[in-house]
Each structure stands twice: as C-alpha cells, then as structure tokens.
Design a protein around this ligand. Structure first.
Ligand code: ADP
Ligand code: 2DT
Ligand code: MG
Length: 216
C-alpha cells in the first residue's frame, strides 16, 4: 500500500553551433527545473571520459587523425555506450539535460562534404537511440556568434565548417518533430525564458507522450 508510480523524467536536448550558448543555457535550465522540484542530471556529448571518448578527444584536439566514417561511428558509439543509463535514469524519474546529441553527430560529419557521407548515411547509426522529448535548437547568425569570441583551436572551429553546419542543421530540423527553434541571439536571460516556456509545455505533456521513445 501507499506506493506511488514514479513519474518518468524528460529527455531534453540542447543543440546548436559553437558559441550559440548551449552550455550556459543547460546550466540555467538545470537550475530552473531543480527549483521546480525535478531531479536533474546534465550530460554532454561527446562524453570525453570513456575510452571511446578519449579517442574522440584526441581527434578533436588534432593530436590524431581518423577516417571520416570511422570517427563518425565512434561519436555514435559514444552515445550507444551511455544509452542504457539514460533509459534507466529517465524511468527512475530523473530529467536529463543533454548538451549536443545525434543532431550534431549527423550534421558535423555530413558537413565534411565527403561524397559517401551524406546526412542520410550519417543519421542511420542514431536510429534506436533514446529519442529526446524535446530538442531545443539554439539558432544564431554567424555575425552574432562572431561577437561572442573567435574560433577555438579544435577541429571544426572554422568558418567553412560552421557555415555548412548551420545549413545542415536547418535541413535536418525541417524533418524532425519535437524541435523548438530558439532565437539564441537575444540576451542570456531572454533566451533562458524562451527555453523555460518550451520545456514547461513539454514536461506538462509527458503523460500524453507516454514512455520514452527511440529515434527513427
Ligand atoms: P556553447 O556551449 O554553445 O559553445 P557557451 O554557453 O559556452 O556556448 O557560450 C559561449 C560564449 O558566449 C560564452 O562566453 C558565454 O558567456 C557567451 N554567451 C552565451 N550566451 C550568450 C548570450 N545570450 N548573449 C551573449 N553572450 C552569450
Ligand atoms: P564541444 O565539446 O565544444 O561541444 O565540441 N561533434 C559532436 C561531432 O562531430 N559529432 C558528434 O556526435 C558530437 C556530439 C561538434 C564538440 C565538437 O564535436 C562535434 C563540436
Ligand atoms: Mg559548450
């Protein structure tokens, strides 16, 4: 007697270009949801702490080279190795905020313009992973992003890649459901308000959405 059903957590993803404000907004969203009484966990991809993540880290820092398809599959494997723990946390009532996910995975690889690495090809290994209840796409212009500082030293942090990534994010999100496009060019506070509105709507609908789904 007296045992109540645990309400499942929500799987919330924050996506966008470098310097769109993803990490800052993940932190603000975590604080907001905690204040609302949710148990919240923050994770990020790539998760550079695992053995696969260490290979990815040295690739991103330019210490090693990897064939385009091969590194793509490692990024995906880095999500698959954590997929089960995501499912478990969600069913135990924990809301997970994810800093980059499959969308970055598909788009950054496809932006390399390798003739055998299309967006469609790049999406395939993501099929079956936990599906976000909501993906918040922080949309920012090249001009606004540039105001937030120059490019870092990592691979992909250059104008050619960023321009292609911006275009590919747009075409990917045209085809995805459960995406909220957030204007990330506003102030930190305004952006976080817009995110809170979108997330609250999603969290209220969780009982309608039902159990955690998988990416198709
Ligand atoms: P990302 O994780 O998307 O790369 P960050 O959250 O690390 O972005 O933010 C990149 C930089 O831009 C940081 O210096 C951060 O303080 C700043 N920043 C983030 N959001 C805003 C905003 N809305 N307006 C102005 N500066 C911002
Ligand atoms: P940050 O750690 O600064 O977010 O940069 N990337 C990310 C991919 O190419 N594939 C992926 O699957 C993921 C999750 C985006 C990480 C860099 O790695 C890229 C920028
Ligand atoms: Mg970040």
């Amino acid at each position: 007697a007296g045992h109540e059903l645990t309400r499942r957590g929500a799987l919330l993803v924050v996506e966008g270009l470098d310097r769109a404000g993803k990490s800052s907004q993940c932190e603000k969203l975590g604080d907001y949801l905690s204040q609302q009484g949710h148990t919240v966990k923050y994770i990020r991809f790539p998760d550079r702490t695992t053995p696969i993540g260490k290979l990815i880290d040295s690739y991103l820092r330019g210490s090693t080279n990897q064939e385009d398809h091969s590194i793509h599959l490692l990024f995906s494997a880095n999500r698959w190795e954590i997929a089960k723990s995501i499912q478990e946390d969600i069913s135990n009532g924990i809301t997970i905020i994810v800093d980059r996910y499959s969308y970055s995975g598909a788009v950054y690889s496809a932006a390399k313009a390798n003739p055998t690495l299309s967006l469609e090809w790049a999406w395939q290994p993501e099929i079956g992973l936990p599906r976000p209840d909501l993906c918040l796409f922080l949309s920012i212009s090249a001009e606004e992003a540039a105001k937030r500082g120059g490019y870092g030293a990592e691979r992909y942090e250059n104008e050619t890649m960023q321009t292609r990534v911006r275009e590919l994010f747009r075409s990917l999100f045209n085809r995805q459901e459960d995406v909220a496009i957030i204007n990330a060019g506003k102030s930190l506070k305004e952006v976080s308000k817009d995110i809170q509105v979108a997330v609250s709507k999603c969290v209220e609908r969780l009982n309608v959405i039902g159990p955690l789904r998988v990416l198709g």
